[in-house]
Design a protein around this ligand. Structure first.
Ligand code: M1P
Length: 250
């Protein structure tokens, strides 16, 4: 395969890192030193750029990826430099936005959980991230909430209620991590970033993600006809599949 006409695009959590954890330096070195010789490399995540950067090891590493798509590509970087930004405020307008936020805050004020912390609504450039337990919880509390949610379906029920109460708000919802869900305009899922890649890498866009199942936040891009999709189970599996695909021996 020719580096100039091929791109490998990676989800972050569960694909090149363990969920919300820093990347293993050996995986990072593999991507930017070995894989990059044979293919362009890119990241696409629902997280914002500061979280991606923190996980990848800082901006000096972000700039070593040919492309980084934060917030599903609503904030897009090429070689570490931002080249495009779309905002949710422009799309929704202030009135709808407040209607949505007020509903979410009202809903959260009525649910009982084993514990609640702070930062329940995080306003990002291209999406709103909602966390019933609060984003300021500790790593242990994160893990605990995730287990609690598996039994009680707090996030699923929350999303069902939004869909029922605000059917025309024009948003779509995705559970990508442990403690929250992302809310973004319909169609602004991870496929959004493909508009920047489809002509340059036509037929040679490989996507790797761990949540490629229905309802997972990699589902849409994984099934897009412009993409060759690969389901992985963890960073080690990602490297192993890349070795087979590109005949890389290290
Ligand atoms: O894995 C991607 C998700 O990572 C975080 O989720 P959580 O904090 O719930 O574990 C968030 O940044 C979320 O937006 C993102 O999709």
């Amino acid at each position: 395969m020719d580096r100039n006409s091929t791109i490998c695009l990676f989800d972050v959590d569960g694909t090149v890192t363990d969920p919300r954890q820093p990347i293993d330096p050996s995986v990072r070195s593999y991507l930017i030193n070995d894989l990059k010789k044979v293919s362009n490399i890119g990241l696409v995540s629902g997280s914002d750029i500061s979280k991606i950067s923190e996980q990848i090891g800082g901006s000096e590493f972000v700039s070593q990826f040919d492309y980084v798509f934060a917030e599903n590509g609503l904030v897009a970087f090429k070689n570490g430099t931002e080249f495009k930004k779309q905002t949710i405020v422009d799309y929704l307008g202030e009135e709808k936005l407040q209607k949505f936020i007020n509903f979410a805050l009202g809903y959260m004020s009525k649910i009982e959980l084993p514990f609640k912390r702070g930062t329940f609504v995080e306003f990002r450039t291209g999406m709103i991230n909602i966390s019933p337990v609060g984003r300021s919880c500790t790593k242990t509390e994160r893990d605990e909430f995730e287990q609690y949610d598996k039994i009680h379906n707090i996030r699923k029920k929350f999303i069902e209620s939004i869909k029922e109460q605000l059917p025309d708000i024009g948003l779509t919802y995705s559970i990508g991590g442990q403690i929250s869900f992302d809310c973004f305009p319909v169609g602004w899922d991870k496929r959004f970033c493909l508009r920047y890649l489809e002509s340059e890498f036509e037929g040679n866009i490989h996507f790797f993600g761990d949540k490629t199942f229905t309802g997972g936040n990699d589902y849409e891009i994984f099934n897009d006809s412009r993409v060759v999709g690969h389901t992985v189970t963890n960073p080690k599996d990602t490297v192993s599949q890349l070795n087979n695909l590109f005949n890389i021996t290290i």
